[in-house]
Design a protein around this ligand. Structure first.
Ligand code: GDP
Ligand code: MG
Length: 441
């Protein structure tokens, strides 16, 4: 337990301002995290330099270390960069909203068309899907399958009619039949080419969509930047959809695309099924890209739950050698406020599943509960005077009985406690000597 305690107190070290040295160390970590997340190198460089100034000289919250404070600032900045809140769809005020889905082949356009249609019907719109991918074999059929799964009609004219004409006819059909939300599924290519861009521009000019959503596969990493840049320059998209975020990619593409295009990310694809559409959450994405476990929520939790004054008093008491069982109990409660040990450990950076395997956290947790039970079986007098218990077999027996533990367990607790007190004494001795100058300068 005592090493856990130390961890808790370590968190209380942060004071004063972030120094150049703190910043350098933390930034190295952040840079690595971003590059690992496949954020474009140029974007990383620009981001780091813009965030540096914000960190330098910022106050360190008392409950954080300077390194944690830097990560917090970086995370806040990432969130801001990706849009502080969720972006909504633009709806047309003339009755029929037209959305064009564009992107490379395999990005997830057709799938996203279905998800969006389903989502819109839930919001009481009347969606119609329009099949404009006339190149990929069976593309029309695929959209029809998607449509039938969610019971949404698909407008198609086969693959012999020009895409722009299908789009035009589709919107006319919607007007005719009372649909008010038209989603156009366009063709993709393996690579960007002029023919495709020309076709998309024609469709855009013809149907004047309220939204042109660029669908990007989040697994494509570095390539995503070039794709997004070209699409945006050529047809001026209104938003981005990031798909396949259910995979294990850290999603650095989100940051790169946002940085390069300055267009909002409106939806996230989290699976192949039709109900896997999600609004894009910038804050969640920021944590994911940083990949610092969930260190940020740990920071937040620590901030909220540890009463700093209480902790300060506790440290003072420890150093003054009148640390007793009551204080021990308080310290344990503070640990507990952070949550179950397993959760706390999982939130630490670098402590993924593997590192936790060797540790029997459930046992540690039980141990904590046991310790607590034993202390709670002591009288107030005993808690405040640990030596009373240590010297009386009778008291030990009573406490063991009361807490449902064995005498050995009570002894073990007392021994551990005494050892802790002893080391505290030594630390204090060292400090004194240091002050006297015995240890030199
Ligand atoms: P398109 O060529 O852009 O129309 O892409 P499709 O919609 O045909 O999708 C290509 C493949 O990616 C299909 O196998 C989809 O099932 C799959 N896919 C699409 N979106 C997602 C997603 O969010 N998560 C996962 N895991 N797979 C997806
Ligand atoms: Mg498709």
């Amino acid at each position: 337990l005592s090493s856990k305690l130390q961890e808790t107190f370590k968190k209380l070290k942060g004071k004063g301002k972030i120094s150049e040295k703190d910043l350098k160390e933390a930034m190295r970590e952040v840079k690595l995290a971003l590059l690992e997340a496949d954020v474009n190198y140029k974007v990383v460089k620009e981001f780091i330099s813009s965030v540096k100034d914000k960190c330098l000289g910022a106050n360190v919250l008392e409950s954080l270390t300077p390194g944690q404070q830097v990560i917090k600032i970086v995370n806040d900045e990432l969130t801001t960069l990706m849009g502080t809140s969720e972006s909504k769809l633009n709806f047309s005020d003339t009755g029929i909203t037209v959305v064009m889905m564009v992107g490379l082949q395999g990005a997830g356009k057709t799938t996203m068309c279905g998800k969006l249609a389903l989502n819109m019907r839930k919001k009481n719109k009347k969606p119609l899907l329009v099949a404009c991918d006339i190149y990929r074999p069976a593309a029309i059929k695929q959209l029809q399958v998607v449509g039938s799964q969610i019971d949404i009609p698909v407008f198609s004219m086969g693959d012999k009619v020009k895409a722009v004409d299908i789009a035009k006819a589709g919107v006319a059909h919607a007007k005719d039949q009372g649909y008010n939300f038209v989603i156009i599924d366009t063709a993709g290519r393996l690579h960007i080419d002029d023919d495709l861009m020309g076709e998309l521009k024609d469709i855009k000019a013809e149907v004047k969509p309220s939204e042109i959503l660029l669908v990007v596969d989040s697994m494509t990493g570095q390539d995503a930047v070039n794709v997004a840049e070209t699409f945006n320059n050529e047809i001026d998209v209104t938003g981005v959809v990031l798909t396949k975020l259910d995979g294990d990619t850290r999603g650095g593409a989100a940051l790169s695309i946002r940085h390069i295009t300055n267009k909002p990310i409106k939806f996230a694809g989290m699976g192949e099924k039709m109900n896997d559409l999600e609004v894009f959450h910038p804050d969640r994405m920021a944590s994911r890209i940083l990949g610092m476990g969930d260190v940020l929520s740990l920071i937040e939790k620590a901030q909220q739950s540890i009463d700093e004054k209480e902790a300060k008093q506790l440290t003072d008491r420890m150093m003054n050698n009148d640390f007793n069982f009551e204080d021990y109990l308080t310290a344990m409660d503070q640990m507990k406020k952070l949550g179950p040990l397993k959760k706390v450990m999982e939130m630490m950076p670098g402590a993924g599943g593997k590192e936790l395997e060797g540790l029997d956290l459930e046992a540690s947790e039980k141990q904590l509960d046991k310790t607590k039970a034993i202390i709670q079986s002591m009288t107030l007098k005993e808690r405040r005077n640990p030596s009373l218990v240590a010297s009386s077999a009778q008291r030990k027996k009573r406490i063991a009985n009361g807490s449902g533990s064995s005498i050995q367990e009570v002894n073990k607790l007392i021994k551990g406690f005494e050892m802790m007190r002893k080391s505290m004494k030594q630390i204090k001795g060292l400090q004194k000597n240091a002050k006297k100058g015995l240890f030199g300068k």
